[in-house]
Design a protein around this ligand. Structure first.
Ligand SMILES: [Zn+2]
Length: 389
């Protein structure tokens, strides 16, 4: 056990890692454990469950409940370890050379552990500004947890005034990220023997026209913008990632499905972008397909949506979080977090700042360094000073 972080932080972290909260599993064992941990500190919490009550968000308030506070947010689920070669048991915290290994150490149970270790300090201090803890489910798959939590927050008499999401940023202050949207497109054509090709509707070929059209939009945005400063790729990207279709060369393929995605700047109108694609599909391609076979169709479905966000450069929240992180800078990133949901759905200004580096997330032998956890603890010490009476 490390001597460089508090025994309580180490123990909480070890406990959190021991729950296999891979997104396909229930997170309730972890949530119940956190609930009783907080109860021992005299902190009440409410659970916001999913539809079939197999998973839950946890929301707790420390300090006065009659005014808005600062929400510390993390997701309780982790990505699978399937097919990964780990040197240690991914669900048992292991320490080596000042690094703590285990699934979720970096993304993002390390941050949740720091929040819980500091819950005692927040609870013992007299706070003028409350601290809210918000731990979600399903961030790694659909963000359904954060969406439900945002809905619940909208129903509360008092909402948090701001949110700090502890996703791994190396404790850098992230004040904006792109939005990410995923789509599945299914084309139904009309199967015939390939010798009779003109009597069939070739689903693959129509899919290719649509994919080229999407590629054309991507090229247009790359050349003509919008452009934004501070991102590694400072313009919108659209791309097709998978395609399936056809059964044999001598059969005109009757079905083709492909997946495409947008990674777009917060200012880009997603609805308008999608409309360009659906208009082309339904007004250009589909009539040509239906002229041969009335049953032919194109169906496009959004299956994941992570809105982007960007704080105004002069927003007080930025200077506040910079001061907690003891930094004078902030950055923007291309990966998605729940920040976009809290901003878009609940109108809560959000910043992403947490221990560990995104490069270590989702990998075998995932780790967070003791040094990063120490920086996060210093961040919490400064936060405590700012919120105590
Ligand atoms: Zn994460």
């Amino acid at each position: 056990m490390s001597t460089k972080i508090s025994p309580e932080l180490y123990d909480v972290m070890a406990k959190l890692i021991s729950f296999d909260t891979t997104s396909r599993n229930s997170n309730l064992d972890l949530i119940e454990w956190v609930k009783s941990y907080l109860a021992e500190l005299g902190i009440d919490c409410i659970l916001v469950p999913n539809e079939d009550a197999t998973k839950a968000n946890l929301y707790a308030t420390i300090g006065p409940s009659d005014r808005p506070g600062i929400m510390l947010s993390g997701h309780s689920d982790v990505v699978p370890v399937d097919g990964q070669e780990w040197s240690t048991d991914p669900f048992a915290l292991a320490e080596k050379d000042d690094l703590l290994f285990g699934r979720g150490t970096c993304d993002m149970k390390g941050f949740i552990a720091v929040c819980l270790a500091y819950a005692r300090k927040f609870a013992e201090a007299e706070l003028k500004t409350p601290i809210h803890l918000a731990f979600s489910y399903d961030e790694e798959v659909t963000c359904a947890g954060a969406k439900r939590l945002a809905e619940a927050l909208n129903g509360f008499p008092i909402k948090p005034s701001m949110c700090i999401i502890g996703e791994p940023t190396g404790m850098q202050v992230v004040t904006g990220h792109k939005g990410g949207y995923s789509y599945e497109c299914t084309l139904r054509g009309f199967e015939v023997h390939s010798s009779l090709a003109p009597q069939g509707v070739n689903a693959i070929q129509y899919a290719c026209e649509l994919i080229s059209f999407i590629r054309g939009i991507a090229d247009d945005h790359r050349e003509n913008g919008p452009f934004a400063e501070g991102y590694d790729v400072g313009f919108d990207t659209l791309q097709t990632g998978t395609i399936k279709g056809g059964s044999a060369l001598n059969i005109v393929p009757g079905e083709c499905t492909f997946e495409f995605e947008f990674r777009i700047l917060p200012e880009t109108d997603k609805v308008a972008l999608l409309k360009r694609i659906t208009d082309f599909a339904h007004n250009e391609l589909e009539p040509r397909m239906k002229a041969i076979s009335p049953e032919a169709s194109i169906h496009i479905e959004e299956y994941a949506a992570m809105p982007g966000f960007e704080l105004d450069p002069g927003d007080d929240v930025i200077s506040f979080v910079r001061s907690l992180a003891a930094r004078n800078d902030d950055i923007k990133v291309a990966y998605q977090t729940e920040a976009g949901i809290f901003v878009q759905d609940a109108n809560i200004p959000s910043v992403v700042c947490g221990p560990g580096h995104i490069a270590q997330a989702h990998k075998p032998d995932e780790f967070v360094s003791i040094e990063q956890l120490q920086l996060c603890c210093q961040f919490m010490d400064r936060l405590l000073e700012r919120v105590r009476a």
